[in-house]
Design a protein around this ligand. Structure first.
Ligand SMILES: Cc1cc2nc3c(=O)[nH]c(=O)nc-3n(C[C@H](O)[C@H](O)[C@H](O)COP(=O)(O)O)c2cc1C
Length: 282
């Protein structure tokens, strides 16, 4: 649900509000329409910087995709305006701390009544690095090593509270059972996080984890931690290989074959008839 669509010229279409990418009402309309159409979730991709380049010169100022709303803020606003659609946003493991992510997505899961999901990315652009005290992005292997540990810490923090920890017993004055609050005490190569998390166990138990890694390391993170994988393979036989490869790794992480769903990307072109859709796509 990025901007007014992935086509770089979409904002110029006569029926499209040109400033839609900055307008909450556009996203509200899209999310409510998707919900009415029984979609399982909406997804907000994200980059934490302007990643487009002015190449060739004059190109950047033609794009509506450089001034957007911050995804978690946007999903928090959409949560009470929708009732059952999943709310998934990207957040980076390179330019966040695990505690921040566990807390924010945990809160979104509470606010939405159990509809939050986190798309785990490592951020691939120098444009993002330049906004966070670096001159260029971290080496690929380091980014992925950090990401793997990052997700484990977030999952650990989400287990801080047992679901029935809150006694809220007014007569005794005991609000929660201390035996049901767990301190993570994580000490690893990239993170030292004591915990516990200051957000209660969430309605889903924890938010859903989404991943879209294509590389060896990306596939490993997906197989180890993801509930959902986005795939963008353009070729059917490569897509089948990718599916088999990700699913084949699950057992090595002690996971069942069905514990992870792979969602292939499509570009729908809508028409009342096949011929009308085909006419639009040429
Ligand atoms: C459907 C889809 C959505 C993605 N969304 C984002 C995103 O919001 N932000 C981002 O930085 N990368 C995003 N990516 C890129 C992936 O996180 C990943 O970097 C990419 O698929 C290449 O895999 P690799 O990192 O394992 O090499 C997305 C990829 C796909 C296929």
């Amino acid at each position: 649900m990025r901007g007014v669509g992935y086509h770089s010229g979409a904002w110029r279409h006569p029926d499209v509000p040109a400033g839609g990418a900055r307008d909450f009402r556009h996203f509200l309309r899209s999310a409510q329409t998707a919900e009415r159409g029984l979609f399982d979730m909406v997804f907000l991709a994200d980059g934490i910087g302007i990643r487009g380049r002015d190449e060739p010169p004059g190109a950047l100022c033609r794009s509506d995709q450089n001034a957007e709303l911050e995804p978690l803020t946007l999903l928090s606003a959409l949560a009470p305006m929708t009732s059952h659609i999943g709310l998934v946003a990207t957040a980076s493991t390179t330019y966040n701390e695990p505690y921040h992510i566990a807390r924010k997505f945990g809160s979104l899961d509470h606010i939405s009544g159990g509809r939050a999901g986190w798309n785990v990315v490592t951020s691939w652009s120098d444009a993002e690095a330049l906004n966070f005290g670096r001159d260029s992005q971290m080496a690929y292997a380091d980014r992925y090593e950090r990401a793997m540990e990052f997700v484990q810490v977030v999952l650990g923090l989400w287990d801080s509270w047992e679901a029935d920890a809150f006694l809220q017993d007014k007569s005794s004055g005991i609000f929660f059972d201390p035996a049901k609050l767990h301190t993570l005490a994580h000490c690893g190569k990239h993170f030292k996080v004591r915990g516990p998390l200051s957000v209660a166990r969430t309605p889903q138990g924890r938010p859903v984890i989404v991943q879209a890694g294509a590389s060896e390391q990306g596939r490993d993170i997906a197989a180890a931690t993801a509930d959902i994988v986005f795939s963008a393979e353009q070729d059917l036989s490569k897509a089948r290989d990718y599916y088999a490869c990700i699913k084949g790794r699950l057992a090595g992480h002690g996971r069942a074959w069905e514990s992870l769903l792979i969602l292939p990307g499509i570009v729908p072109i809508v028409g009342r008839t096949r011929a009308e859709a085909q006419a639009k796509s040429v």
